[in-house]
Design a protein around this ligand. Structure first.
Ligand SMILES: NC(=O)c1ccc[n+]([C@@H]2O[C@H](COP(=O)([O-])OP(=O)(O)OC[C@H]3O[C@@H](n4cnc5c(N)ncnc54)[C@H](O)[C@@H]3O)[C@@H](O)[C@H]2O)c1
Length: 330
């Protein structure tokens, strides 16, 4: 089995690749080769024992020949431009998110047309596909049957890709699976250009002795998921057998991963409880209307029965999310 991960040097791509390497199998079958694609060089991975790792460095569009040089069985498509950069640069978002995905779908389709396997293509989408509008408010609990109405270019691009993947699946070109991720917290390392990046920053930076700005009213409620739960969710949706009944992936809809709903004030209070006043006092609240407009348009309350049917659960509380982060990164 040959598995490809795009965006493999990114935050989640790296964790997903590690999880696949640890497991050594996918859907009960041994992984023969794991192809890790990113324009940024990865950390390098041990080659002993498990699947053979091939790291491909370059822009995905230019590396398509390499990616599809041999049949692809499973493709995790995580490479993307993130929310704030897509809002700042429309063309960049269209290229990085829509054109790249379209090119991948074309290659996957060509593979099955020439008699190769239908690629199981797993797409990392986002709750940014949802948005509230004065004339069309969100229901009290958002589910996969809620009409997505994105309020950002990033959310619109993700939704365009979701529809393309659904149509390619309907036509039998590939087996597309869409996983909508909650905001993943706590993201380690350096801040990124996601509008929701502060949700990690207000924890990570003070713990590292640095000041942090909270650009929203602390009363804002948000839907989160820890890195562990997120990777578990992506893999569960990817490996699920299609059909009806517990553990099966039923019907054509995307899967919203389970959300832990908290207010930003809850996050700050948990940081104070665990790390003390000196650390928590490093956060300054200074609302930024541009960030509030994007993050405030995303839903916070979800009905996660569809993910629950696959055995997925949200994080218990923010305390456990913070403890996971401290265990993994300190
Ligand atoms: N992290 C989150 O909170 C979150 C939430 C919702 C959805 N998502 C989605 O999950 C996926 C992974 O998120 P992440 O946080 O790991 O992102 P990330 O920014 O950390 O990683 C993305 C990686 O993709 C690479 N990349 C982008 N375009 C590329 C291209 N054309 N060719 C080669 N490499 C390219 C980048 O170099 C980067 O390493 C993304 O699709 C993102 O939209 C993430």
């Amino acid at each position: 089995m040959r598995i490809v991960v795009t965006g493999a040097s990114g935050f989640l791509g790296r964790l997903l690749a590690d999880a696949l390497l640890r497991a050594g199998t996918f859907g009960g079958e041994p992984i023969g080769r794991l192809v890790l694609v990113d324009r940024v060089a990865g950390a390098g991975r041990p080659q002993a024992g498990g699947p053979l790792v091939q790291e491909v460095h370059g822009d995905l569009v230019e590396e398509m020949e390499t990616v599809f040089a041999e049949p692809v069985d499973v493709l995790f498509h995580l490479a993307a431009a993130v929310s704030a950069e897509c809002e700042a640069d429309f063309d960049l978002g269209m290229r990085a998110n829509v054109d790249v995905t379209r090119a991948l779908l074309d290659r996957a389709r060509a593979q099955s047309r020439s008699g190769g396997p239908a690629v199981r293509l797993v797409f990392a989408s986002s709750i940014a596909v949802y948005g509230s509008h004065p004339d069309l408010p969100l229901p009290p609990a958002v589910s996969e049957t809620t009409l997505p109405l994105p309020r950002s270019s990033y959310g619109t691009q993700k939704l365009m890709c979701e529809h393309l993947i659904a149509d390619c699946t309907r036509r039998g070109f590939l087996d597309g699976r869409v996983v909508r991720l909650m905001t993943v917290v706590v993201r380690p390392g350096r801040p990124n250009a996601a509008a929701s990046g502060f949700l990690s920053g207000i924890v990570r930076e003070p713990l590292a002795g640095l000041p942090a700005v909270c650009p929203v009213d602390p009363g804002l409620r948000v839907a989160l998921s820890s890195p562990r739960r997120t990777v578990e969710g992506i893999l569960r949706v990817a490996e699920a057998v299609r059909g009806t009944g517990p553990g099966r992936l039923e019907g054509p809809l995307p899967v919203n991963l389970p959300a832990l709903t908290v207010s930003v004030a809850d996050i700050l209070a948990t940081l104070r409880q665990v790390a003390g006043d000196t650390v928590a006092d490093r956060v300054t609240v200074a609302p930024d209307p541009a960030v509030e407009a994007i993050v405030g348009s995303w839903p916070a309350d979800f009905d996660h029965r569809r993910a629950g049917a696959l055995g997925l659960e949200p994080d218990a509380d923010f305390l456990s999310v913070l403890r996971d982060y401290l265990a993994d990164h300190r």
